[in-house]
Design a protein around this ligand. Structure first.
Ligand code: SF4
Ligand code: SF4
Length: 461
């Protein structure tokens, strides 16, 4: 398949975008409010705005779009690293094959131990992370690990959705992942800029730009209908990357009727053996916030994920105008949850900047007026791919997200919260339930809340 990221076209868009006037930007933002997304030209103009007043408008409009689609819910998850063996040479990653450290691949028993610790923290949704190594971590290992995760239970804890982030692979292997009941398949393009991509992945399997770029197509062909994308900001010009994401999303919509379920926005961070000075495109905080807001405007119905690479302050800001999912209590090393419990941390893929516990993150979200959600209902109800996007675009999904968020929050605080958190959560749940229009949904929530208090679990629409 051809490279559908036409570089000359993007360069031209960015050149033309520089000419946008203040009036043009205001007009684009007015248009954006209808939540139909905007054109490539519009994105190229928005991403280059420097004027403080206009930037303020961009954040406001992105915030309004976010609020109207996602309300005040924030989905919470955690990563699980199970193998750091890797045959690739990504120059920005601590796991690259030339970095000399003691590598690990967890046994199924060790995975179960990690999962129990994650369950003890209240997590229900995981992102499974595996380095690329056909010998140490073949697809069979990934499939066995998925079975272990879904079958491991700790008191009230169960993992209800596992999103998977493994290297680009074949349609056959994607079929196997689908059969193993994964949530979203996530693959970061890292960079849409081909010369940068090739420079960042020398002499390794991952170095084939086109094979990597078309992996999500193969995932769809293999039957996975929720796919997530991402870029590692800091490798190439971030403006180019935002347009790359947008064009890739449209390509998926055109071919498969559904675009990205989520977009992740990792930013280059220090890690073992990596010197940040070697990267000329490091993204500063202001640019980073702008690009999150522009992505929100460009693809209103795609979730945006921010990990603990970012500080609590950045995560708090980004939640206002774009981000819809955050990780919490994360360990980014193999076997890291057990190691942390026993003696601090081991070799991580990258350093985290938000070291708060899941309960601290939850409390801070509640204090900021959000409803932390542990909901995993959609894929369990078969609301995936095109079906999901239709519900999202019509706004109908809100009737499910909000009740589910409240019920999973209640379940969380009953099992893992302290008295103060319980009080806060109950207050917000009561207030939000009163505001719901549907009497039927209100009734369902009230009944389910009672059942939760009596020991029942896992109620959702
Ligand atoms: Fe391996 Fe992934 Fe790190 Fe690249 S980014 S070195 S593929 S673990
Ligand atoms: Fe996500 Fe679906 Fe739950 Fe809404 S109802 S939070 S879209 S899983």
């Amino acid at each position: 398949m051809e490279n559908f990221i036409n570089h000359e076209y993007i360069y031209k868009l960015l050149e033309d975008g520089k000419k946008a006037t203040k009036e043009d930007i205001i007009q684009i933002l007015e248009k954006a409010k209808n939540k139909q997304g905007v054109s490539h030209e519009d994105v190229a103009a928005l991403i280059q705005v420097e004027d403080k007043e206009l930037l303020k408008r961009i954040f406001e409009v992105a915030g309004e779009i976010k609020e109207s689609i996602y309300g005040n819910r924030v989905v919470v998850f955690a990563p699980l690293y199970i193998s750091d063996y890797c045959v690739n040479n990504c120059v920005y990653c601590g796991y690259h094959k030339c970095h000399d450290f003691k590598r690990r691949r967890l046994t199924q028993e060790e995975i179960a131990e990690e999962v129990k610790l994650l369950e003890k923290m209240g997590h229900k949704r995981l992102a499974l992370e595996v380095g690329e190594d056909p010998v140490h971590a073949p697809i069979e290992y990934v499939i066995d690990s998925l079975k272990t995760i879904y079958n491991t239970q700790n008191e009230n804890g169960t993992i209800r959705r596992v999103n998977v982030n493994i290297a680009a692979t074949t349609v056959e292997n994607y079929k196997k992942l689908k059969e193993a009941n994964i949530g979203t398949y996530i693959l970061f393009q890292e960079s849409y800029h081909k010369p940068t991509y090739e420079k960042m992945h020398p002499n390794c399997l991952k170095g084939d730009y086109n094979y990597h770029l078309t992996a999500l197509h193969r995932a769809m062909e293999g039957g996975i209908d929720d796919v997530g994308a991402g870029v590692l900001f800091g490798l190439a010009d971030p403006k180019f990357e935002v347009l790359g994401l947008m064009i890739h999303n449209e390509e998926m919509e055109k071919k498969f009727g559904v675009g990205f379920h989520t977009i992740s926005v990792p930013r280059l961070r220090p890690s073992g053996g990596i010197n940040l000075e070697k990267f000329p495109n490091i993204v500063d905080d202001e640019m980073f916030k702008k690009l999150v807001a522009v992505i929100r405007i460009a693809v209103p119905f795609t979730g945006i994920i921010m990990s603990t690479r970012e500080t609590p302050e950045m995560r708090r800001d980004a939640l206002k105008f774009g981000v819809t999912q955050v990780s919490s209590g994360s360990s980014t090393g193999v076997g890291g949850y057990k190691e942390r419990e026993e003696k601090g941390s081991g070799e991580a893929q990258f350093k985290t900047s938000d070291e708060r516990t899941p309960l601290e993150v939850l409390n801070s979200l509640l204090d900021d007026g959000y409803i932390p959600s542990y909901c995993t209902a959609c894929y369990r109800m078969g609301r995936t791919g095109e079906k999901f996007m239709k519900l999202a675009k019509s706004g109908e999904i809100q009737n499910m997200c909000e009740p589910n968020a409240m019920l999973t929050l209640m379940e969380y605080v009953l099992d893992y919260g302290d008295a103060e958190t319980c009080k806060k959560a109950e207050k917000v749940i009561k207030e939000r339930t009163e505001k719901l229009k549907s009497e039927k949904v209100k009734e369902f929530i009230m009944e389910s809340l009672e059942k939760l208090k009596e020991g029942g679990r896992d109620y959702y629409i």
